[in-house]
Design a protein around this ligand. Structure first.
Ligand code: KIV
Ligand code: NA
Length: 269
């Protein structure tokens, strides 16, 4: 799927489906299951790389995970998340970093945690042919400044989200992630703009939904209150590994089936 296909889904009865993906086998399963957009989120930092936040994630890391996801998917749109400080300082560097995601890692689009400072960048990237997914509301890359609180809870803040949604739409963004904003704010933003909104903790009225795959499959230790756990991969994984450990310790594994013997080889001494 390309940016054009996503735009055309605006207002569809069937919401768009998006999940994060960080590696090839997971991307393959997600695509088989019908997920339409795979986000290589900077959440890879806290969910997969052992960091406490997304702040340390680098362009190289996102490019590497994006390349793995892109190798394993054909149909789904692959969106690479622009990590902290890979944009926002030097515009030329931001273009270079975004360009790497498409040229080197085979992404179809980039996502940028948006604000007043990303309108021009969104315009420039779109003009250059790099589709941009904007991201408003809770923007975790600002956690050192704002904390990880629900965003847009006051009317003035909600108005700012709406204003920035319009500005990024006009700058050419093909869709907009709304993270952890009140459902009635997300509904009004969704009604006001002509590009699809993808909500996370933003209620049922967005044009699509996104969550981290780790929460959905039950791999992460905990899930956000606005999230939903649909499986128990962590439990399955632990029980499989415990069975392996027990089988090795008891001598049950490896059995004859797992071993081969060469009759021609006698005594090596
Ligand atoms: O990095 C991420 O996982 C995200 C989504 C939660 C939208 O940005
Ligand atoms: Na992110």
């Amino acid at each position: 799927m390309r940016a054009k296909d996503i735009r055309e889904r605006k207002g569809d009865d069937e919401p768009l489906t998006m999940l994060t993906a960080y590696d090839a086998p997971t991307a393959a399963v997600l695509e088989e299951a019908g997920v339409e957009m795979l986000l290589v989120g900077d959440s890879v930092g806290n969910l997969r790389l052992g960091y406490d936040s997304t702040i340390p994630v680098t362009v190289d890391q996102i490019a590497s995970h994006t390349a793995a996801v892109a190798r394993a998917s054909d149909e789904a749109m692959v969106v690479a998340d622009m990590p902290f400080l890979s944009f926002g300082a030097d515009p030329d560097e931001a273009v270079e970093h975004a360009g790497r995601m498409l040229k080197e890692a085979n992404a179809d689009a980039v996502k940028i945690e948006s604000g007043p400072h990303t309108v021009e960048l969104t315009r420039r990237l779109t003009q250059l042919g790099v589709p941009v997914q904007a991201h408003l509301g809770l923007t975790p890359q600002h956690e050192n400044e704002t904390g990880l609180f629900r965003q847009g809870t006051e009317e003035s803040a909600a108005k700012q989200i709406l204003d920035l949604a319009h500005k990024h739409e006009r700058a050419g963004a093909f869709s907009l992630v709304l993270e952890h904003v009140p459902a009635n704010v997300a509904r009004q933003v969704t009604e006001a703009i002509s590009i699809p909104t993808i909500g996370i903790g933003a209620g049922p009225d967005c044009d699509g939904q996104v969550l981290t795959v780790d929460e959905v499959i039950g791999l992460s230790e905990s899930a956000a209150p606005f999230s939903e756990v649909f499986g128990d991969v962590r439990g399955e994984m632990r029980s499989a590994v415990e069975s392996y450990v027990a089988a090795v310790e008891s001598g049950e594994f490896p059995a004859d089936d797992h071993s081969h013997y060469e009759d021609d080889i006698d005594d090596l001494h």
